[in-house]
Design a protein around this ligand. Structure first.
Ligand SMILES: [Zn+2]
Length: 660
């Protein structure tokens, strides 16, 4: 007796996307429970497969659902939050501060549901995700009925869902155990990237992935900077480095791989690493163009991903498929590379292999899961159709078809969309919530970004320290005489230091704003060599708090923070209206004078060359204290010589401005 099957698709142009690219121009697919029971010509299956429901697919392509090989679905709620920025400014300056403030289980659930709706509508049936609170991503993906690899992010610094990486590893294991045998969800582990991981994270995440035989999802060589840093700090590029930590022995999904060389590609191929190519994200963040043509030649499984929508800004896999093909052609100067059929494979069968789900999905083969989509070719932009080239249909899908041509989506034998109507996600409730949250985030950003100070706090970590100082400054013609006098004096010298200081001052349009100084401090040793370099940001109050007799200044340093990012980063993040550069040689003595600590600086301004200044400074905490110290500072100055010159009441940057 012939078994009655659940659904029989007939009269479709069936693209199997199997290894031999079988296709049936008038084809049929039979679905039983969660899997594909049979595939073949309509005439044949009509007779052999009596079905509960028969669907006439006239004018439509029936193909495997698309596989989004790399994304961060909850970020759907951050779409359009910050655009046209460099990766570090975008990530560290905007996305991460907002994530720290807003990302919680509710955020993740809402973002995931919205993303699932968008994925289903564009014909995606499987995706590989990487985010925080991934357990909630898994729940909502399962509720929407999509197949997903849900990878818990592990970072070396605190994240919205883990105070430490140990915590993130522990919650990864809990999640893996919970979801291990789910029909739709594959739990996995995601050390975010080599540069955001420690060796211990990479090793532990690999051990975890191997212990439970789950994938390991990681960003690899996304930017040239990442590779430069790796070469400088580790003396090797990214792939050999993660290979050394045994990472590649697990089932790796390597996102991006934009900046990898021939040798690294061979290594990835040797270990069966899946590569997730993200053409839009790489273009939008100007990360570069991944050498996918060569990867494909070497037999690597290269899938296509959208990345998160905040760097895309949508989850449209038809766009990605098209861009993957076009970009490979445009960048190689060879229009024959990545032909349309290959691009479709990258978004289906090869994509499934790249995320290590090739045995379950990605092609229409008897026994595989019924993850299917119908694409309507009876539209204006798909007309006319030619039959002379059997591969013409792939070109049509890649170059003409829009994601809105996807009419029906089935995952695991269950309908998620029919005639473009979503069946598992109710948008009417979700969209207003997303907009309400956007308004909250807007408020937060407007507040956080309204002043240089709050922007600095947002990006500078927690090293806020307010300090005021009393300072007196005078130009000296014979610095050596001052130094001699200092060394011969009775002053208790606590230490001496020699620096070369390279300062960039940012000014801002609003005159009420402070100046921000980016300082590169080179510590010079006794032999005149650079011993150490320190980078710091200091926010300096624009106004003198109080002017004392003899032009002693009470200046204000509101905030001092280490500056781990580049000058270029801070320039793009703070967007100053003007910049001033000052280079000086500083000899500094810390002394005790009348039981008070003072710094005596002999500063030679080299660029611009403005001569040498003697500066006496001390920390202070109150106006009374400042008044007393101001007098003592003046006394200390007289100890070092007689200076008939006028006291300089301006900061160096103001002196430079006054001369220009
Ligand atoms: Zn990513």
């Amino acid at each position: 007796m012939t078994k009655k099957i659940d659904t029989l698709f007939i009269n479709a142009h069936v693209l199997c996307m199997d290894d031999s690219f079988t296709n049936f121009e008038n084809g049929a697919v039979a679905v039983l429970d969660d899997h594909i029971h049979a595939v073949g010509p309509t005439d044949e299956l009509k007779n052999t497969c009596p079905a509960g429901e028969v669907i006439d697919c006239e004018g439509k392509v029936l193909m495997p659902g698309l596989v989004n090989a790399h994304t961060h679905v909850p970020m759907n709620l951050l779409r359009g939050l910050a655009d046209d920025l460099r990766l570090d400014v975008w990530l560290l300056g905007y996305i991460m501060p907002v994530e720290r403030e807003f990302v919680n289980p509710e955020f993740v659930r809402l973002g995931t549901s919205l993303a699932c709706a968008e994925l289903i509508r564009s014909g995606v049936t499987s995706f590989a995700d990487m985010y925080y609170f991934e357990d909630h991503v898994a729940e909502m993906a399962a509720e929407a009925g999509l197949r997903a690899i849900c990878c818990q992010t592990i970072l070396k610094f605190p994240s919205p869902d883990a105070a430490s990486y140990r915590e993130a590893l522990a919650s990864s294991e809990i999640m893996i155990k919970k979801w291990k045998n789910h029909p739709l969800i594959t739990p996995a582990v995601a050390p975010h990237a080599a540069y955001t991981s420690t060796v211990d994270i990479l090793v532990s995440a690999t051990v975890l992935a191997q212990k439970y035989d789950v994938p390991l999802h990681i960003h690899v060589a996304e930017t040239a900077q990442e590779v430069e840093d790796s070469l400088r700090d580790l003396d090797m590029p990214i792939v050999p480095y993660i290979e050394q930590q045994n990472v590649l022995k697990s089932k790796v999904i390597a996102a991006h791989c934009v900046h990898i060389d021939e040798r690294e590609m061979h290594t990835l191929q040797k270990y069966g690493v899946g590569v997730a190519h993200n053409p839009t994200s790489n273009l939008k963040l100007s990360s570069g163009i991944a050498p996918i043509n060569r990867m494909l030649e070497l037999g690597l499984n290269v899938g296509i991903g959208t990345d998160g929508v905040s760097s895309n800004n949508d989850l449209d896999m038809f766009e990605e498929m098209r861009l993957a093909a076009l970009l490979a052609k445009g960048s190689s100067g060879d229009p024959t590379v990545v032909p349309a059929r290959t691009a479709v494979a990258m978004a289906t069968s090869m994509g499934a292999k790249s995320i290590h789900l090739g045995d379950q999905t990605g092609s229409i083969v008897k026994g595989k899961k019924a993850d299917l989509i119908l694409v309507n070719l009876h539209t204006l932009h798909n007309t006319p159709q030619f039959k002379n080239d059997p591969d013409g249909v792939y070109a049509q899908l890649v170059y003409s078809t829009k994601s809105t041509d996807v009419t029906d989506v089935m995952v695991n034998g269950k309908w998620l969309m029919r005639s473009r109507e979503l069946l598992t996600v109710d948008l009417s409730k979700l969209l207003p919530k997303a907009q309400a949250l956007a308004e909250e985030i807007d408020k937060f950003l407007i507040q956080r970004f309204q002043s240089v100070y709050s922007k600095l706090i947002a990006v500078g970590g927690a090293e806020e320290q307010e300090s005021y100082e009393v300072q007196v400054k005078v130009k000296v013609d014979d610095p050596q005489a001052v130094i001699d006098k200092l060394l011969q004096s009775e002053l208790d010298i606590q230490y001496f230091r020699h620096y070369h200081e390279y300062d960039t001052y940012f000014e801002f349009e609003d005159p009420e704003e402070c100046w921000l100084r980016y300082r590169e401090d080179e510590f010079i040793d006794e032999d005149g060599n650079v011993e150490n370099i320190r980078y710091r940001l200091t926010l300096i109050g624009p106004k003198r708090e109080r002017h004392f007799p003899q032009d002693v200044l009470l200046s204000r340093s509101r905030f001092i923070a280490p500056a781990p990012q580049s000058l270029r980063f801070y320039r793009e993040y703070f967007e100053p209206s003007n910049e001033t550069y000052i280079e000086k040689d500083r000899r500094r003595w810390k002394v005790r004078f009348r039981d008070i600590e003072f710094y005596i600086n002999v500063d030679r301004l080299d660029d611009p060359a403005l001569g040498t200044f003697l500066e006496v400074k001390s920390r202070t905490w109150s106006l009374d204290d400042a008044e007393e110290k101001a007098q003592i500072a003046e006394d200390l100055l007289s100890l070092l010589g007689t200076f008939p010159q006028e006291r300089e009441s301006l900061d160096y940057v103001q002196i430079v401005w006054s001369k220009s």
